[in-house]
Design a protein around this ligand. Structure first.
Ligand code: PNW
Length: 452
């Protein structure tokens, strides 16, 4: 029997979204193209030909969506800003209409007692910067810091939680190494450069924040704990490579001042020698770390898998999500405890955690039963609590996602929301998982002690 659930008194319960996935109207009011508006316009890149042109129409329904958060009792809302709404060309002239949209949203959140948590970059790079090399151009550290400065100057104080980047691993792995995400490159030589420039950009923005910001800034990474499929040395080595590539590639430079040695093994001739001084920029002190957790992976050596030589072993006895991800709540505890062991005692926020299971496109009579998501959420919250019991300085939890939304290249069919969206009518319907989450928030987790 584990101990009764009891979360810290100021625990920040909230939900998360990102700009391109929910806003719609990506070119409204003077905004520029992003790599995602272009990617979506390219046939075959997003399932079903879906695009973010309308998405959840949040650009027009933000007030209703804040009211929805309030009705669920949420204490925080993690969202991202679209860089190309603020700077249509990526650098230079500020588009005041873009600022105004986020200003209204932030003020509405505050008026409803909801803490805004702002992410500067959730994957929608201005297309004008992609034309100049995007994350491959070292100048992007300055471009990003200049963009960050604009938002710090306008919003610091009203926004007390800042995040530089969401999941640099996904940006590089999906955008530059394997190519399912914008800008869709598939290039072993580009991937390390993009990663390194993401880290330099992160560091440059934190440096600017220390000059002018007065609150908290951090980085958000996705962690997928890796477990060996056997105790064969080859499988153990494969697990180490997978862990280095996905979980340590960004955290080691930020907290330890160097990359994991395995990256050279993985990238071979494509792995550059980095200038020593870059690590001073990258290693800026952070106020918190944000961790996104969805699943684990069980690893075995597989000679033919490029470039890591690792294969994931499907756990046939487990429940799997629509994305094929295994439901594995223990991995959330392991991730948080392992973060503390490796990198020390820093305030931690789970900035995304959630699941996708099939829900029908229409919610009848105001209800949507989602028993698998409810079950997964409960188990994840128990696992979250176990990490606190084991000494992790956990400060908050953001469920992914508030709304069903554009799941990137998988389109609208993969629903992660605790609130159902009918994409024809834009009707929002809280699913059973949202009703459960509202009880969790209202009782600060105590309702999780109730049987069933
Ligand atoms: C996150 N992986 O992406 C993103 O931050 C969200 O925008 C996204 O909608 C959500 O998770 C659900 O997919 C990830 O392969 C994408 O490990 C891929 C991975 C992890 C996170």
């Amino acid at each position: 029997m584990s101990k009764p659930i009891h979360f810290p008194p100021d625990f920040l319960w909230g939900s998360a979204t990102s700009a391109y996935q929910i806003e719609g109207a990506p070119l409204a009011d003077g905004a520029g193209h992003s790599i995602w508006t272009r990617f979506a316009a390219t046939p075959g890149k997003i399932a079903n030909g879906d695009t973010g042109d309308i998405a959840c129409d949040h650009y027009h329904r933000w007030r209703e969506d804040v009211a929805l958060m309030r009705s669920l009792g949420l204490k925080a809302y993690r969202f991202s800003v679209s860089w190309s709404r603020i700077l249509p060309q990526g650098t230079g002239a500020v588009n005041e209409a873009g600022i105004a949209f986020y200003e209204k949203l932030i003020d509405e959140l505050l008026a409803n007692g909801i803490e805004p948590m702002l992410t500067l970059y959730h994957w929608d790079l201005p297309a004008a910067l992609d034309d100049r090399g995007g994350w491959l151009n070292p100048a992007i550290a300055d471009w990003f810091a200049d963009y960050a400065r604009v938002l710090f100057e306008r919003f610091d104080g009203r926004v007390c939680f800042w995040t530089t980047l969401n999941e640099p691993w996904v940006v590089t792995d999906g955008g530059y190494l394997h190519g399912p995400l914008a800008p869709g490159h598939r290039n072993l030589y580009e991937a390390p450069i993009a990663s390194h420039n993401l880290l330099r950009a992160h560091g440059a923005a934190v440096k600017v924040y220390r000059e002018i910001g007065k609150h908290r800034i951090g980085l958000v990474v996705n962690i997928e704990p890796k477990y060996p499929a056997s105790d064969e040395p080859q499988d153990i080595a494969a697990t180490r490579r997978a862990d280095a590539y996905m979980n340590r590639q960004y955290l080691d430079p930020v907290f330890h001042g160097h990359y994991p040695a395995e990256l050279k093994e993985i990238f071979g001739a494509a792995w550059p020698d980095w200038p020593r001084e870059d690590f001073d920029l990258i290693g800026q002190k952070l106020d918190y770390i944000g961790i996104n957790y969805y699943t684990r992976s069980v690893c075995r050596h597989e000679e033919t898998n490029w470039p890591l030589k690792v294969a994931a072993v499907r756990q046939t006895q487990s429940t799997h999500m629509e994305t094929g991800w295994e439901v594995f709540p223990q991995g959330l505890t392991d991730t948080l405890v392992e973060f503390r062991r490796r990198y020390g005692d820093l305030p931690v926020y789970v900035m995304e955690n959630g699941s996708t299971f099939y829900d029908p496109p229409n919610a009848e009579d105001g209800q949507m039963h989602d028993p698998l998501r409810v079950d997964c959420l409960k188990k994840n919250l128990h696992a979250l609590h176990a990490a606190i019991e084991q000494g992790v300085d956990l400060r908050g939890y953001m469920v992914w996602s508030l709304l069903d939304n554009l799941e990137w290249s998988l389109g609208f069919a993969k629903r992660f929301g605790i609130v159902h969206v009918n994409f024809e009518t834009q009707q929002r319907t809280p699913k059973d998982s949202a009703l459960l989450y509202a009880q969790v928030v209202a009782s600060n987790g105590a309702c999780l002690n109730d049987p069933a």
